[in-house]
Design a protein around this ligand. Sequence first.
Ligand code: DKA
Length: 136
Amino acid sequence: MPVDLSGTWKLDSSENFEEFMKKLEVNMALRKMGALAKPTTEITQTGDHFVIKTSTTFKNTAVEFDIGQEFDEKTADDKEVKSVATWDGDKLVVTQKRGPPIGDVLYIRELQGDDALLLTCTAGDVVCKRHYKKGK
Ligand code: DKA
């Protein structure tokens, strides 16, 4: 049985997000909004089926996918990409195929105890950690 990541998660703190957004070639105006944003992510997991909705004051995104099956994603910076999710033990790994020059971008979600979720975002040599706490 996979771990259950379901819940409403609110961003508590973030490390290296500005560098991560720069690596993704996000423009300065959007980077400023992104840096200030405190997203809420709602994860609904049914076994290997996921719906992940992320909302901020300036942008909402939603993806729905099954583990191992490629899906279409519209990113927070308005890029249309193909993505695929896999399990790495109890970690949910979403690989976003951004294409050259950025390449694959990884979003790895893992539970930390009962009420915290760590999102590690990796693009090339840039690693960003986003610490989420369980909300209502
Ligand atoms: C998160 O869900 C991180 C999402 C990364 C989005 C990258 C583009 C941001 C543009 C404002 O916490």
